[in-house]
Design a protein around this ligand. Structure first.
Ligand code: COA
Length: 384
């Protein structure tokens, strides 16, 4: 068998290249299927909770009632931030983007935990719980700090999802909204080896702790080609303004070869199954809104025209197409959409971190050198 040359092996963006083995999630991009640990995401949205999904992703199996009770109670008791963490948070400029803030704050949380051997899985699990529990508090505290509002302490009578909405808005969310937000968290919790999960695993592979590894994931999620897309989608829909403007907008973007945010996916060549679930949820939330200025109507028209013009290329709405609309209706600030994604994805990142450190091989790919070689050094005074 002849060996492939580096040029033959090379796939820009590692497209279609397996980079690890994992039993956490499965995607069939052609059929539009997403499974977490063997369970269909649609079933989990209907029947489960974000807390249970976090357990499932990390431990690999659904919990018993007592295991879940214990897990939930540990999450609740880890929600609060210490005075030192709050002081660090308040030292940041108020106009810091919340994703930059979050990326900086997670290692600060880690700095308060005693350094331990990564072979100690009891302590590893306690780090996992600490991070999942504290991310919502960090985000909501920062949001209220920058708005000059008092912090709202975590409420341990509320679920992870309801507590986030309570801490951000200062009002008890109704059951329907809390369930809807819980479903959003479940939908965003995990998605195989996406860019931020890969980044988390690469960082983990140098045997880094959970805090540093998740911080790397947050940084990667921030970009507009990944988690940052949900923020851009809402801005785009607001800019389009009316249903009548949609066609011209799409045609102009295509003509200029510019991306339309919230559509297209590296893996899905059909409609993202998460977008299907979110579209229904958004439709429920927007029941009372009608007319050509309704953001949902603009989004649905955009989807129709994108389908008409781009489905032949396998380009359909992705999860971010509808999530911004839903968060907007929940009075979550637009620049918190990507941090909300991180609230959910922390569970997936940490499941991958745990899997990686327990069966580690350092990531160290090759490159194809395209520069020059053999140059002779010219002293600075002789350079023209
Ligand atoms: N709008 C317009 N055209 C798009 C597009 C989009 N959102 N996504 C892909 N395309 C087109 C590209 O222009 C390209 O066309 P060409 O072959 O004529 O040059 C082709 O589809 C392949 O695009 P490419 O960007 O190389 O594919 P990818 O696998 O790298 O794309 C994304 C994946 C997610 C980066 C891309 O679809 C994108 O940028 N989407 C918008 C951002 C977004 O919503 N991200 C969230 C992902 S969950």
């Amino acid at each position: 068998m002849t060996e492939l040359t580096p040029e033959q092996l090379y796939r820009p963006g590692l497209e279609d290249v397996p980079a690890c083995k994992s039993s956490i999630s499965f995607v069939d991009g052609v059929a539009g299927i997403l499974d977490y640990r063997g369970y269909r995401v649609e079933d989990l949205c209907e029947l489960s909770t974000f807390e249970e999904i976090s357990y499932l992703l990390v431990y690999g199996k659904l919990p018993t009632k007592s295991q879940l009770d214990q897990f939930e109670s540990k999450l609740k008791s880890s929600r609060k931030l210490s005075p030192e963490i709050i002081a660090t948070l308040k030292s940041l400029p108020k106009n810091t983007h919340p994703m930059t803030m979050l990326q900086a704050m997670i290692p600060v949380v880690g700095a308060q935990v005693e350094v331990h051997n990564l072979k100690d899985n009891e302590k590893n699990i306690s780090d996992i719980i600490n991070i999942i529990a504290k991310i919502p508090t960090i985000i909501t505290y920062f949001d209220r700090y920058r708005k000059g509002l008092n912090f709202i302490e975590p409420n341990n009578d509320l679920t992870h999802a309801a507590n986030f909405l309570f801490m951000i808005n200062g009002e008890m969310p109704n059951k329907e909204i809390a369930k809807l937000f819980d479903v959003c968290l479940i939908l965003h919790a995990e998605q195989t080896l996406n860019a931020s999960t890969f980044s988390t695993r690469v960082t983990a592979s140098t045997l880094n702790n959970a805090y540093t590894s998740v911080s790397a994931g947050v940084g990667t999620l921030y970009g507009p080609l990944h988690g940052g897309a949900n923020e851009q989608v809402l801005k785009m829909l607001e800019k389009i303004g009316t249903v009548e403007n949609v066609r011209a907008y799409v045609e102009e973007r295509i003509a200029k070869k510019e991306k339309i945010m919230g559509v297209g996916h590296r893996v899905y060549t059909t409609k993202d199954p998460r977008a299907v679930v979110l579209q229904d949820l958004a439709a429920n939330l927007f029941r009372s809104e009608t007319g050509n200025k309704s953001l949902l109507n603009i989004a649905m028209e955009l989807e129709k025209i994108v389908f008409e013009k781009m489905s032949a290329k396998g380009i359909y709405p992705n999860v971010d197409f509808y999530s911004g609309l839903v968060y907007n209706k929940m009075h979550i600030a637009t620049d918190l959409f990507t941090p909300v994604f991180a609230v959910a994805r922390s569970a997936g990142w940490l499941a991958h971190w745990y899997e990686q450190i327990n069966d580690n091989r350092l990531f160290r790919p090759e490159q194809i050198y395209t520069g020059v070689r053999g140059l002779k050094y010219t002293p600075i005074e002789k350079r023209s």
